[in-house]
Design a protein around this ligand. Structure first.
Ligand code: FAD
Length: 379
């Protein structure tokens, strides 16, 4: 009889894990507290590592490859050219971007609909695999806690684990312009503005500002439109053309967890390693987690062995990427000192375009294990 996994959370990580486990022959139930799957956030960058993870999971998503662009200052003067061909030569795949709603749709379509139970809030989980929710409980051979950055399961297993403010707030939106711009990242003191083309001529943009947590605006668009009115095109145009602008303070796990596994419970995605968004890797790492967990579950003889392997493979890497994200924030949007900002711009101008594509090579080059689909069940 197929072993049964209960996945708590229907975000990128939970759906990815459910697809992987189902693909290797497990019976899977995803419990999601929201009444329907939601994708909060506008776009998302998918590095080559995440694209390989999606392929390993058999998920077909329309991802926009990035064809070129650059790092700019606020007037639009180029600090560095981003060489897309050199990037593909080095990483094997282009940098990609997708609308979050489309990513969630692609993941959901790769999972049989009867696996997913929405509107079910998990109230507690026992390390031996019993999952309690408002109207009952389920027994599982494996519980995947993919319940996000504020993971209630992590809080119950590691009461001392805390999330901390990452030092910046993120504004995000998706718009269409008469001409689709290329990828760009614009740096100024305490600010980064990113522009990423998405499929169907949509453009994802974000503004990352170094500032105290908790600041809110009566009119977010007005705030951004005024503050960035004199910045280079297409920044003011994108702000003006966006229907809904999201604003979130960003957080990450203050201290890395000593293990991602407790009994038959595996923490995955932001629940395990919530990182600041400065590298755009949180979702990518959740997809890596999903593939490795499914591979271990398929090939190890016991759940204990599978979870030991999952922890050994995923914890060092995802915690390394989390540390790299913190560093990227410190040298990116969180850098406020004007002298340091001028120095950064000067140094960046000296870099050959091919060198800029080396950034994050260790992250991009990840190769997923092969997931061998389970043979169809014959009665
Ligand atoms: C501003 C910003 C920009 C980002 N940009 C990128 C990017 O470009 N690229 C990238 O890869 N990553 C990016 N990230 C990170 C990425 O969004 C996250 O790492 C990713 O969404 C984590 O997925 P998850 O499945 O672990 O958690 P979530 O997406 O948070 O999903 C958790 C799910 O669990 C459910 N849940 C919680 N508690 C319960 C419960 N008790 N019972 C049932 N269900 C429950 C929630 O409703 C939710 O659906 C960004 C993050 C931010 C904040």
């Amino acid at each position: 009889m197929a072993r049964h996994a209960v996945v708590v959370g229907g975000g990128i990580g939970g759906l990815g894990a459910a697809i992987g486990l189902h693909r290797v022959g497990w019976q899977v139930t995803v419990l999601e507290r929201a009444p329907e799957l939601i994708a909060i956030g506008a776009g998302i960058s998918l590095w080559p590592n995440a694209q390989r993870a999606l392929t390993a999971l058999g998920v077909a998503a329309r991802i926009e490859p990035q064809h070129g662009g650059g790092l700019l200052d606020w007037r639009g003067r180029r600090l560095a050219r981003w060489n897309a061909d050199a990037y593909v030569r080095r990483h094997g795949l282009p940098l990609g971007a997708i609308h979050r709603a489309n990513l969630i749709d692609a993941l959901r379509s790769a999972l049989p609909s009867d696996c997913l139970k929405t509107g079910v809030e998990v109230t507690s989980v026992e390390p031996d695999g019993v999952v309690h929710h408002a109207s009952g409980s389920l027994e599982a051979d494996l519980v995947v806690a993919a319940d996000g950055i504020n993971s209630p399961i992590r809080q119950s297993l590691y009461p001392s684990a805390r999330v901390t403010y990452s030092g910046g707030a993120a504004f995000r939106g998706v718009a269409r312009l008469p001409t689709t711009p290329q990828l760009s990242t614009t740096w100024a003191a305490g600010t980064e503005i990113g522009v990423l083309p998405l499929p169907d001529d949509q453009v994802y943009w974000w503004v990352s500002e170094a500032r105290p947590a908790g600041i809110r605006h009566d009119d977010v668009r007005e705030y951004l439109a005024t503050k960035y009115a004199s910045w280079h095109a297409p920044i003011p145009q994108l702000i003006a053309a966006t229907k809904e602008i999201l604003l979130h303070d960003t957080h990450h796990l203050a201290t890395p967890l000593p293990t991602y596994v407790r009994g038959h419970v595996a923490l995955l995605g932001d629940a395990a390693h919530a990182m600041p968004p400065f590298l755009g890797q949180g979702g990518c790492q959740a997809l890596e987690d999903a593939v490795v967990l499914a591979s271990a579950a398929a090939t190890e003889s016991t759940v204990d062995n599978a979870l030991r392997r999952y922890d050994a493979e995923r914890r060092p890497r995802s915690q390394h990427v989390a540390r790299a994200s913190i560093k990227a924030g410190a040298s990116g949007p969180l850098l406020r000192n004007p002298v340091a900002v001028t120095l950064r711009a000067g140094l960046t101008r000296l870099l050959p375009a091919t060198i800029t594509t080396r950034v994050g090579s260790g992250i991009s080059r990840w190769q997923p294990p092969v997931l061998t689909p389970a043979q169809p069940h014959t009665p």
